[in-house]
Write a protein that binds this ligand. Structure first.
Ligand code: UD1
Ligand code: CA
Length: 504
């Protein structure tokens, strides 16, 4: 579901907008990717998701998304992120104008102002769209186009104005005269138009242009010719209108969006040590007085509480990190990291991991589907899967929770204040009672009662002189012989000394 960032007052009769129409059927050839263009993602949302999020606060009566190229994937994505939206298929990609006509034909009863927006405008903000709708309404236009004055208008449609400043036409670069190419005011690909006027003019669109496509941009010239009132409103921030047509632009938009997210966080009191290497999705949240060290990535629904320190070099996806916790050089997915808990360096926390207050998951530890109780520690080199660990327990280095029998996964339960010896194999399903110990190197296959010491390993056998006999001439044998000589010499010395003693 797309969160609503702000809202526009709806008129008494209904929503402020009759519909939002997103044009998302284009191939995106310039991306040179098998992924449909609008499904490429940045800062935690697809291109399409960003556009829908910008439009969401307008609370339009209907949301229509025109799909075509890669339609199955786009429709499936839409059903996930905006189930209330309607996908309308443009079977042949005959241009943005044709796409808009197909959309409006699918909602024939629709009347009133419609927001038409390109699906590849991920930097569009709700405030910008809202301002456009308000300007459209207050000017009494039949069509209002969002524009921007840019330094480099290459590839974009130019806004042609008459001497008195009135908008006359939008001309695509490839169809523009030299004089028109010099214009730096461009078409953002975001329009508010009256549904009836749009239907009328879209129906009479030609394709007499360099690409032989029906351009939605030509609607403006057609309405001007009718004498209908049209307008062009510059965006407050020119960044908002930047489209995304190839991989380089995708990277640039991602950078801009990330800068915006980090700026907002820093203004709200978050310490971002290195904004250049810190990436935070628009869907993540970070509280004041949290610290993000260099190389931190916060993705999805991740939340970081005040006083937590994340990084350096950590990626958190759909995690929660509570107050005062720390995560160092780790990769965490769907984990809940409780207050004052510590993670890393080099931990891998997988979904279903839950660390209670003050718990520790240390170096080279992987966890999955596991609760680590208050103050319990898994300090080194362990795999902990499908487990419940009580409070105050210590899991020795290199312990493995053997959860998988090759067919099914089984759970291990560890009580409070348990001490698991280093290199214990806990073969699930198995329970270790409160206060119990396991001896280092044990393979635990049966439950351990509370307070017991479980020893499950072969007794040690020392085969004396084996190296000298079986590895004679080796450095090991030489070392062993030298040690034996030293031992004999000190035995002699000791008996001489003790002999002297007894003489006294
Ligand atoms: C378009 C505008 C241009 C504007 C720029 C802003 C046109 C003709 N030109 O150019 O004036 O400056 O956006 O970024 O609209 N689409 C369909 N079906 C089609 C063709 C396109 O749904 O048959 C959709 C695309 O998915 C895209 C939008 O329409 O979201 C615009 O198409 P695109 O090819 O990206 O147009 P641009 O060349 O970027
Ligand atoms: Ca485009």
């Amino acid at each position: 579901m797309i969160p609503q960032e702000s809202s526009v007052s709806a008129t008494a009769g209904g929503p402020a907008l009759a519909a939002v129409v997103v044009l998302a059927a284009g191939q995106g050839t310039r991306m040179r990717s098998s992924t449909p263009k609008v499904l490429h993602s940045l800062s935690g949302r697809s291109l399409l998701g960003h556009v829908l999020a910008a439009a969401a606060p307008l609370r339009a009566g209907a949301t229509v998304v025109v799909v075509g190229s890669g339609r199955d994937a786009v429709e499936a994505h839409l059903a996930q992120i905006a189930p209330e939206a309607r996908a309308v298929v443009q079977h042949e990609q005959k241009g943005s104008g044709h796409a808009a006509a197909v959309a409006l034909a699918a909602v024939p009863d629709l009347d009133g102002p419609v927001l038409l927006v390109n699906g590849d405008a991920p930097l569009l903000r709700a405030s910008t769209v809202t301002a456009l709708v308000e300007a459209h309404r207050s000017a009494g236009n039949v069509l209002t186009v969002l524009t921007a004055e840019v330094d480099d208008p290459t590839g974009l449609g130019r806004i042609v104005r008459a001497d008195d400043g009135v908008v006359r036409a939008i001309v695509e670069e490839r169809d523009a005269t030299d004089a028109q190419r010099a214009i730096r005011e461009i078409n953002a690909g975001v329009y508010v138009g009256d549904a009836a006027a749009l239907r009328r003019s879209l129906a009479s669109l030609g394709a007499d242009n360099d690409q032989g496509e029906q351009y939605v941009t030509d609607v403006l010239g057609l309405l001007v010719a009718e004498g209908a009132p049209v307008g062009g409103v510059p965006a407050e921030d020119a960044d908002d209108v930047l489209g995304c047509n190839d991989q380089r632009e995708l990277a640039a938009r991602r950078r801009t969006l990330n800068d915006r997210v980090l700026d907002d966080l820093m203004r709200a009191g978050v310490t971002v040590v290195d904004p250049l290497t810190t990436w935070v999705d628009v869907t993540a949240s970070v509280a004041a007085d949290a610290v993000l060290e260099p190389g931190t990535q916060l993705k999805g629904t991740t939340t970081i509480a005040s006083g937590a320190v994340v990084g350096p070099d950590s990626t958190l996806v759909d995690c929660s990190v509570e107050a005062g916790a720390s995560v160092v050089r780790s990769h965490c997915l769907g984990a809940s990291i409780g207050p004052e808990a510590t993670v890393g360096p080099f931990s891998y926390l997988r979904p279903g991991t839950r660390l209670e207050r003050g718990a520790k998951v240390g170096a080279f530890v992987e966890t999955k589907n596991t609760e680590v109780g208050e103050g319990s520690k898994v300090p080194h080199l362990s795999y902990v899967g499908d487990a419940t660990i009580g409070r105050g327990a210590n899991i020795g280095a290199a312990t493995v929770f053997v959860n998988y029998d090759g067919v099914a996964k089984h759970r291990t339960t560890i009580g409070d204040q348990v001490r698991i010896g280093s290199d214990t194999m806990l073969v699930a399903p198995v329970t270790v009672g409160d206060g119990a110990y396991t001896a280092a190197g044990s393979v635990i296959t049966a439950d351990v009662p509370p307070g017991a010491m479980a020893v499950a390993r072969a007794p040690q056998r020392n085969v004396a002189g084996w190296v000298r006999r079986r590895r004679s001439g080796s450095p090991a044998a030489a070392a062993a012989e030298a040690a034996e000589r030293r031992a004999e010499a000190s035995d002699d010395g000791r008996s001489e000394a003790s002999g002297a003693d007894t003489e006294k």
